[in-house]
Write a protein that binds this ligand. Structure first.
Ligand SMILES: Cc1cc2nc3c(=O)[nH]c(=O)nc-3n(C[C@H](O)[C@H](O)[C@H](O)COP(=O)(O)OP(=O)(O)OC[C@H]3O[C@@H](n4cnc5c(N)ncnc54)[C@H](O)[C@@H]3O)c2cc1C
Length: 531
């Protein structure tokens, strides 16, 4: 308590006094010395009591670190004495006091997990489990670790009264209600981020030591190492922390997790760790790099420009799509590019297809086989041996409800609204089969996200970024490399611009290597900043 007092200010509060209102940004935490505080969730008509915080306990959760808006109202239950610790001082505390940091960070992470599990937050989604947009919104909020209550159009008895209160109808769904006030009809991910205040706490005009584009494992690692080593770090991310790894149901080969960890959980922890060290994230897309002057400038989708002394490009890669003309119609409505718990729930007890022969296809098949009736793995080649790890092939062979169909591809999808039937063809025999299948998981390889860089950095023949010793003298002379030294490991043809993870030519497409590269890049960032 004495150590805590040095970070905050003692304060007396009266019974009934509101210390934090739902939706307030940059909130402090309160440590209770005597008396009691109550954490409340005001909903449409009533207040739900989440917790009572007594002496020796403290308020706050992950949003307190990031400066995002409060999920709850905090009110004194009786006359109380508290220590009020402002966000800035809280950051100093978790960065410097190891023992207190462990207590606070652990509590924050567990509280967020509980809020998510119970759907206790500032967002309520009204939708149908048969709607692709409902699934998209659920996934966006889940992948961003944002708690959300869900009201199912088909099953929830309260649905009519909720819709009536916000003057919307079932035809307007999915509807997202922000802080019990604003009803957004089928909002885009960006509209959701704006309404829930994801980007508010960030000063976009400051020249940063380091801007990282992409918050997959490589970008998150760069953010953790950069911020923990004192750099002013801004992370830009289109969708959610975690990147491709965030879509992985279980990562079993990442060091230190012998029983495996879901990609979303790993990403959530890494993101909280980056926040603890003061890194900030904006949910946006980098659309252009201005590279003919320094500081470099990154233009965002809304035209805002961010100046940066150094840049780590960690934009990763995206999955190839099947060459079928009506594929987009079934995106999220039967066709998926990730196999997480959410998708597994949708196809419980049914027959499904996984298209692809790589490790991610294998993992998806093994994971989905646990809850589905049967998994067909469709592979274009003659088998899995050349493309998949041995341990996964063995698991597939040992799983009775998985069938591998070599030299086979999907040729047609059919259904009104949701996918209902799939036709596949064996390329060798020409035989086709039409089956009543409503779920196809596409896991067929990746392309680098480098289009936005235009001609700023040298790319290899497949569009991946060339770095370090892969850069030839010709590459450097074409790019007018201005320094007497050669590019550092992971440095591109532009001094101070690095590439890490799946976006880099020659990368090995693994979480651990992306994390390694993101971390290594930081030691060279320091050297460039000193030059
Ligand atoms: C389903 C699945 C399962 C996997 N399982 C494993 C596994 O078990 N073990 C393993 O080692 N590897 C696994 N992998 C591979 C691993 O996930 C990737 O190698 C790793 O995620 C690469 O990390 P990255 O940070 O380089 O890129 P990514 O993970 O691709 O992240 C890039 C990020 O950049 C963002 N972005 C892109 N363009 C922009 C832009 N212009 N502006 C802002 N943001 C942008 C994207 O939204 C994304 O979040 C799996 C992959 C998938 C898809």
């Amino acid at each position: 308590m004495q150590r805590l007092i040095s970070y905050g200010t003692p304060r007396s509060v009266r019974a009934g006094e509101v210390l934090v209102e739902l939706g307030e940004g940059e909130i402090p935490i309160f440590v209770v010395l005597s008396g009691e505080l109550e954490i409340l969730r005001p909903s449409f008509t009533q207040e739900t009591l989440i917790r009572v915080i007594g002496p020796g306990r403290f308020t706050g959760e992950v949003n307190t670190l990031s400066g995002r808006r409060a999920f709850a109202r905090i009110r004194a239950r009786q006359d109380s004495e508290v220590i009020q610790i402002a966000r800035e001082n809280l950051l100093a505390l978790v960065q410097t006091d190891e023992e207190l940091s462990e207590i606070v960070m652990r509590a924050f992470i567990l509280r967020r997990t509980e809020l998510q599990a119970q759907g206790l937050g500032d967002a309520t989604l009204v939708g149908s489990s048969h709607s692709a947009d409902t699934l998209r919104i659920k996934e966006f909020l889940t992948r961003n670790g944002h708690p959300c209550a869900y009201i199912d159009l088909e099953r929830d008895p309260d649905v009519e009264s909720v819709l009536a209160r916000f003057h919307v109808s079932a035809a307007d769904t999915p509807v997202l209600i922000c802080r019990g006030q604003t009803a957004l009809r089928n909002p885009t991910n960006r509209e959701i981020a704006n309404c829930l205040g994801f980007n508010e706490a960030v000063d976009e005009s400051r020249v940063r030591d380091l801007v990282i584009v992409g918050a997959g494992p490589a970008g998150l690692a760069a953010a953790v190492y950069g911020a923990s080593e004192g750099l002013d770090v801004l992370l830009l991310e289109t969708f959610s922390p975690g990147g491709q790894a965030g879509a992985s149901s279980r990562i079993e080969n990442y060091l230190g997790f012998p029983t495996g960890i879901s990609g979303n959980e790993l990403a959530g922890r890494a993101y909280t760790q980056a926040q603890k060290f003061g890194a900030q994230m904006v949910l946006t897309t980098g659309t252009r790099l201005t590279c003919d002057r320094r500081p470099y400038i990154i233009t965002l989708e809304d035209g805002v420009t961010i100046p940066a002394r150094t840049v780590v490009i960690a934009t990763g890669a995206k999955y190839r799509r099947l060459p079928l003309k009506n594929l987009a119609r079934f995106d999220g409505a039967g066709v998926y590019y990730g196999a997480t718990f959410i998708e597994a729930q949708l196809c419980r007890g049914e027959e499904i297809i996984v298209a692809g022969g790589g490790n991610s296809a294998g993992q998806a098949a093994v994971f989905l086989a646990q809850s589905t009736k049967h998994v067909y793995i469709l592979v274009r080649g003659s088998g899995l041996a050349d493309t998949m790890s041995k341990y996964l092939i063995r698991r597939i062979e040992e799983t009775p409800n998985i069938t591998v169909l070599p030299r086979t591809e999907v040729i047609d999808l059919d259904g009104s609204g949701h996918l209902e039937r799939v036709t596949w063809r064996n390329k060798q025999t020409g035989e086709t089969e039409n089956k009543s299948i409503a779920h196809v998981f596409v896991m067929t390889g990746a392309e680098p996200n480098t289009a936005w860089l235009e001609r700023c950095v040298a790319l290899d023949s497949k569009g991946f970024i060339k770095t370090g010793s892969d850069l030839s003298l010709e590459d450097l002379s074409d790019a007018h490399w201005p320094l007497s030294r050669r590019p550092y490991l992971l440095e591109t043809t532009l001094p101070g611009i690095f590439a890490a993870g799946d976006v880099r030519g020659g990368n090995v497409k693994r979480v651990a290597s992306a994390v390694g590269e993101g971390s290594i890049a930081i030691s060279f960032v320091h050297q460039v900043l000193k030059e």
